[in-house]
Design a binder for this molecule. Structure first.
Ligand SMILES: [Zn+2]
Length: 630
């Protein structure tokens, strides 16, 4: 410990005095220290948004139409994917960016100079940032007991190499076989379930990893004969873990490393609380009531009885819900203005009847069986003058459907126009259906990405919780598209590396039901009885939950009534994952049980702590607690 940190010295000595006896020979009755259930993600210059809002690692997405002009800087791929993965698992984290902040011990401690994090994930491009005092990391790990998880093959500063027990040699690896498959050996906690050979996906491209020598570390995996994943037990309390790979796209090319990363977090902290969605599907219906839109998308609005027979009943038979992404308004060409949906009964220019009053009654009858979300205000290009001047035939061009990005001129829609549409849409839907939409999908997935006009940032201003691609947090806006759902329309596919974990997203439209009245039944039948259909408000509630774990085996949950609204009427359940080491330590203290919200929920039993346990909490927003009782 150097003199520079003398202000923290006393607090750290107190900490170490408490910690050391535990690491040595604990008395059976002594409390076990639980580290904070929180990660500090430390990055260098990879965060491209100068406002520190948006974390997105690429501009192209599978659902962006060819020709869309995609703007905006792109953050480092590993940084982006790490943030997106932690967020979709609901693992709490903060971000320390060393291009804007110095490396100070204080940033790892709370106001009372106690460790604020259980583990650090280190994705730092040290050569690209101002000189920083990396020796601080020795204090973070050795004195504070905070574990260190270093990502990528980047050559690390000497202090980090020493903590990892590794040495980066000059030049690159002699083995020319990149992208080399990862070879996992043994049965260490961090790599459990990954035994054997795992090839890279093609995304890796040509790549030669560095030559790294393990001096004082256990090698858990190799790639091309070189160490690729290592662990060193730095102290009795803190581990130093290295997960190597190409910084340009290690998690994309080696998605199996995602679970290794999460297990490293569990190993490093001792436990983690997170959420997965096995056998779960989100059944989304876009554009209900948008019946007079385009040349190839023109049909009489479904009546109340048709909605009940073709949509609501099949859902009820299956105990399923569909998530309706609604547009509250429509362009009325005869009146040359935007009017509310579900108040009209009219015949359009090509002679199709739209009884939207009956149609609205049908959706109303389905609301109890479903959820609905926002899909814009009009689903129409906001240049109305041009639209009406175009005449009836040209008005049926599909490109008029881009409300948040102009598909004709390939230009962004200005932020003031977008914000008006987003706010009006949200307010109108809330007024009509009595529920505030939390999820927003831009029509045709046409969105703007420059910082001035970023659709997700404007959606956050308008009060939404997530968009199709972005989590809209109070601190960051994160593109979670790779990990939130499986790819659209791929009803049995998986997110690579997270097989069986993420909700499957399937899409539909009311025009599908108009064309095939059995559409819903057939789509639902594609999923076995083990599947549960959820609305997107459920994953939103988990992603916005505030979960704190610490000191004495007490985990506190805080669910905001606004974004965690799903929990008002539904219980919640979390995975509590223990490391082998911490679980052993807990079980050695003798019988333990659990109290939930202060009431005994499991009587004390020997060997109580398993690797994976479930925390089940009753319905209700705001505070819940899960705590160990001896
Ligand atoms: Zn749409």
């Amino acid at each position: 410990m150097n003199l520079k940190s003398s202000a923290c010295l006393n607090a750290l000595l107190v900490w170490c005095a408490l910690a050391l006896p535990l690491a040595a020979q604990p008395a059976p009755s002594a409390p076990v220290h639980w580290k904070p259930n929180k990660v500090l993600l430390v990055v260098g210059s990879q965060w491209a948004d100068p406002n520190g809002d948006i974390i997105a690692g690429r501009l192209e997405h599978p659902h962006h139409a060819a020709g869309d002009k995609l703007t905006g800087p792109v953050s480092g791929d590993t940084f982006w994917r790490t943030a997106a993965f932690l967020k979709t698992c609901s693992i709490p984290f903060d971000i320390l960016r060393l291009d804007q902040m110095e490396l100070r011990l204080n940033y790892f401690l709370d106001h009372h100079l106690q460790p604020a994090y259980g583990a650090v994930i280190w994705d730092v491009d040290a050569a690209e940032i101002p000189a920083r005092d990396f020796a601080v990391m020795r204090q973070v790990v050795a004195d504070c007991g905070i574990s260190l998880i270093v990502l990528t093959d980047r050559k690390q500063p000497p202090v980090i190499q020493e903590l990892l027990g590794l040495q980066w040699d000059e030049g690159s690896a002699t083995a020319p076989t990149s992208p080399a498959p990862y070879h996992f050996n043994g049965e260490h906690f961090i790599t459990r379930g990954l035994k054997g050979e795992h090839p890279s996906l093609p995304a890796a491209g040509d790549y030669r990893g560095p030559a790294v020598t393990a001096r004082d570390a256990t090698v858990l995996a190799t790639a091309g004969g070189q160490p690729a994943l290592t662990v060193r037990e730095a102290t009795g309390r803190a581990s130093a873990i290295w997960i190597g790979g190409n910084p340009a796209h290690m998690f994309e090319a080696q998605p199996f490393l995602l679970r290794a990363l999460r297990r490293a977090v569990v190993h490093g902290i001792g436990y983690s609380v997170y959420r997965t969605f096995p056998n779960t599907a989100v059944f989304r219906m876009d554009d209900p009531t948008c019946t007079a839109m385009f040349g190839n998308w023109h049909f009489p609005a479904l009546t109340e009885q048709e909605i009940v027979d073709w949509i609501v009943r099949p859902l009820q038979e299956r105990n399923a819900v569909v998530q309706l992404n609604m547009v509250p308004s429509r362009f009325m060409d005869a009146a040359r203005r935007v009017e509310p949906n579900w108040t009209q009964d009219y015949t359009d220019e090509i002679g199709e009847r739209h009884d939207l009053v009956s149609n609205g009654r049908g959706w109303r009858r389905g609301i109890e069986a479903g959820v609905f979300e926002g899909h814009g205000w009009t689903h129409r290009n906001p240049e109305w003058e041009k639209y009406w001047a175009a005449g009836p035939a040209a008005r049926r061009d599909n490109r008029w459907g881009g409300e948040f990005y102009d598909r004709f001129t390939h230009t962004e829609v200005p932020n003031a126009m977008q914000l008006f549409s987003l706010k009006r849409s949200r307010a109108a839907l809330e007024e009509i259906w009595g529920q505030r939409p939390l999820y927003f999908v831009p029509g045709q997935h046409a969105a703007s990405f420059s910082y001035a006009n970023h659709t997700a940032r404007l959606a956050r201003k308008a009060g939404y919780a997530i968009t199709y691609d972005y989590w809209l947090g109070p601190d960051f806006i994160i593109d979670v598209e790779p990990y939130l759902f499986t790819a659209k329309d791929a009803k049995t596919s998986d997110v690579p590396g997270l097989e069986g974990e993420r909700p499957i997203l399937i899409l539909s439209h009311d025009i599908d039901v108009y064309r095939d009245h059995d559409f819903m039944r057939k789509r639902l039948a594609g999923f076995g009885p083990e599947y549960r259909f959820i609305g997107v408000n459920e994953p939103i509630a988990y992603m916005f939950a505030d979960v704190r774990g610490g000191a004495d085996g007490r985990i506190e949950f805080d669910y905001s009534p606004e974004f965690c609204r799903h929990f008002t009427t539904h219980g919640s359940s979390w995975e509590l994952h223990f490391s082998d080491q911490f679980r052993g330590e807990l079980n050695r203290r003798g019988p333990a049980g659990v109290a939930i919200d202060g009431k005994p929920a499991a009587a004390p039993a020997a060997g109580f702590f398993q690797e994976r346990m479930e925390i089940t909490l009753p319905a209700g927003t705001r505070a819940h607690t899960w705590e160990v009782r001896r």
